[in-house]
Design a protein around this ligand. Sequence first.
Ligand code: PLP
Length: 478
Amino acid sequence: MSRTDNPTDLDPRDWDELRAQGHRMLDDMFDNLSTLTERPLWQAPTPEQRARCRAPLPRAPGSLEDAHAQFMADVAPYGSGNRHPGFMGWVQGGGTAVGMLGEMLAAGLDANLGGRDHMPIEVERQVTAWMAELFGFPPDASGVFLTGTSLANFCAVLIARDRALGADVRHTGIHGDVRVVAYASKGVHACVVRAMDMSGLGWDRLRLIETDADNRISLPALEAAIAADRAAGRKPFLIVGTAGSVDVGAIDDLDGLAEIAAREACVFHVDGALGALAMTSPDVAPRLKGIERADSLALDFHKLGQVPYDAGFLLVRDAAAHKRTFTYSDAAYLRHAERGLAGGEWWPCDYGPDLSRGFRALKVWFSLKTYGLDAIGAVIGKACELAQDLKRRVEASEELELLAPVALNIVCFAYKGADNAAIVADLHEQGRVAPSTTTLNGRVAIRAAIVNHRTGPEDIAALVDGVLALGRAQTGRG
Ligand SMILES: *Cc1c(COP(=O)(O)O)cnc(C)c1O
């Protein structure tokens, strides 16, 4: 990119030259995306590459070509591999080219969605209205994009806290003998525990309830815990249900939880990071019954929704309660005007912790308009079928053992008598498939979370073959 001698001139002198360079960069990324399987899923960066990324602070200009060449050589081939069809680690989406283009256009607009009167905010509200419709929330439900479900769960806990303690707690902080308690299954994601801490309530105010044979929260155990807390003079205020637990993909009985929450006058929040979007899959949606009764719902478009990172979302039934928790109208420089650019009735900064915020909604908007909700549902249905396929293969093998029921898209299993953590590390270094690990009942499990839309039967076969070969090599079997 050629520049004028004026260092403050950050736009190019010759737009056509930059346009050509941009096309080459985009072409390289399309090539990269269309040839994913020709390269290892993951490879450790070399010490030389890491060293090149520890260069001195660049004070003088360099060329865009050089920066891009370094990106292509040192960065792009050494990503975490979640786009690759063999990736089954943790719970990560695979992204799409359409999502990438949406993200690029969002950056081109450089929109700040903190507030004010502009069309990008209407796009975010459009996605919110779609989510309200999908999940059976009222049309005036509020919603806000956040980095991920960790933040969305945190915001939900704050809203519930303020409902229990009164919005005054925002002024006074939590002090004195505040006896509120929250409940979730012991399979709840760690970020809910952290949300308790970050909200000032503390981990000790979260009860982790036993689960049943299917890893769903035990409703009798929950009711007993609530009764014991009431008898001890405590005040139950929040029940968190999980739609797709991170370890094994279990879906709590959301209808049952909604019932208990209504009876106990608790806020009912659902962590749907993993499973909420399965609402788009006719096969899975019936198992989410009760989600429409939640007071708030956290979900991730960047997991099964296949939207590139990051795209977390919080949907809240009572928009007024949502706003009460986050609005701060004392700052003169943030005053809403009656008209003009500083107008607009909907300022997302009143509904979350961020002031400046990017245009995450655009990549979601493009993805939903381009692929349609039914395609997302089909991808999720396929992921669940592949998980069942893997489960059958595990059960059919003498050497493998299934370690948890398969409710959604996650299969936890082990090679009998082997060091399964070592098997997983070996698989990562081979670069063909990448499951992760978890610990279930004290045993290390190989955990395959089928999330990526590119994953197919051949990847499931490669996983099973890879585990069998490594397990046999370790144990001297076969
Ligand atoms: C991934 C996940 C989270 C955390 O979401 P982030 O988007 O990573 O912040 C929370 N809960 C569940 C069930 C998850 O799977």
